[in-house]
Write a protein of this length. Sequence first.
Length: 56
Amino acid sequence: MNLETRRAKAAERKADLLPMLEDIQQSGVTTLLGIAAELNELGVTTIRGDNGQQRK
């Protein structure tokens, strides 16, 4: 995958996630762990397709 394709995918991912992240933060959740938990609850996966808690 070339650089331009990766940049386009990253920009698309950011556009998809930003409104959710802002809503989560406005609800009072501000820690990374809390935000991750909220995203997991919403069914949002990482770019690799897992829920972010599978790696150690």
